[in-house]
Design a protein around this ligand. Structure first.
Ligand SMILES: [Zn+2]
Length: 323
């Protein structure tokens, strides 16, 4: 029997860990809080402590594990497992692979969290082990990842697939990255809320304005709810967001020529109508030979995608398994 693999997904709030078998089934999983104090200096030892406890409980000696795969946030050199910077957990120049390898004496491989999720979705989720795939995540930000010729595409400085920071409005609003008009300023939950606040200033009467006046706040969920109730400003926000997303996906698909585009993240749970609008725009903007071969689907694994994909990374590196 092939050895199980450890898959770890490091996030700003929790670290999720799974013991995954060689076929991608989760044997056990748990999460611990991400301790961000002192620039996250205890995160690696926290991970190792919880992992050894859990392996003991499962009566699995450390030697029975094939290796450890990690999806981590921030800018990462995936060849060395070095994290240059991960702002939301406080790491700067963190030799992640090296540190965990030193205490675990196991092979350790690292990629960014978005890439790990894409690997997981393609292995056990909506991807179905295709060779060329593009996935994007619509959440607080907009992330993306690319599988090309069966491998994750990292790029020269780990930035491949970062569709959230492609420019869609040259004179648009300021993005977290310091530039203007990135896709993320429109198509993330935060971007949609920002659009709503601009509409509130322009429209004195609408369901949107009433909701805002009543609660003092607007969320992406409100926007979808109010659009369902027929609110015109909210319907406009959704139509514009879907159109911009469809255009951005079409541009990415024209470069990659994937057989599947997967959409995941909290905003993607907003309903079939939104996904249909994105798909309509994508088909509208795409070359027939790009669109015709490409299926657009919702991601399926939710929070488990990261740990499953991190485990796949170990198979990819140690067993040279590609999609
Ligand atoms: Zn940006």
């Amino acid at each position: 029997m092939k050895k199980p693999i450890i898959g770890i997904d490091i996030g700003g709030t929790t670290v999720k860990t799974g013991i995954i078998d060689n076929d991608g089934n989760i044997l056990d999983k748990w999460e611990i809080p991400t301790n961000r104090t002192n620039c996250g200096e205890s995160i690696v030892s926290d991970i190792w402590k919880s992992l050894t406890e859990r392996l003991d409980q499962n009566e699995m000696p450390k030697e029975s594990v094939e290796g450890i795969g990690i999806g981590a946030p921030g800018f990462i050199d995936s060849d060395t497992g070095h994290v240059f910077e991960a702002v939301n957990i406080g790491w700067k120049n963190m030799p992640l692979s090296e540190e965990l390898r030193a205490i675990s004496k196991l092979p350790v491989f690292v990629t960014n969290d978005a890439n790990a999720a894409v690997l997981g979705e393609n292995w056990k989720g909506a991807g179905g082990n295709v060779k060329n795939l593009f996935a994007l995540t619509l959440g607080t930000g907009v992330g993306g990842g690319i599988i090309v010729n069966g491998n994750i595409l990292n790029g020269e400085s780990g930035m491949a697939g970062e569709i959230g920071h492609t420019t869609v409005e040259p004179d648009g609003v300021l993005c977290n990255c310091g530039r203007r008009g990135c896709l993320e300023t429109i198509a993330s939950a935060t971007g949609m809320v920002r659009q709503a606040k601009m509409k509130i200033e322009q429209h004195s009467e609408s369901l949107l304005v009433s909701r805002y006046n009543a609660s003092g706040n607007i969320t992406a969920k409100d926007i979808f709810e109010l659009a369902n109730d027929g609110d015109v400003p909210c319907k406009d926000i959704i139509a514009y967001t879907a159109d911009v997303l469809g255009m951005a996906i079409s541009n990415a698909a024209t470069l990659i020529n994937p057989s599947k585009v997967l959409i995941g993240g909290g905003v993607s749970a907003a309903g079939e109508e939104f996904i249909q609008l994105i798909e309509d725009a994508f088909r509208n903007y795409s070359l027939a030979r790009v669109s015709g071969i490409c299926e657009l689907k919702l991601a399926q694994l939710g929070n488990d995608a990261g740990i499953i994909g991190a485990a796949f990374l170990v198979k990819n590196k140690l067993q040279n398994i590609k999609f």
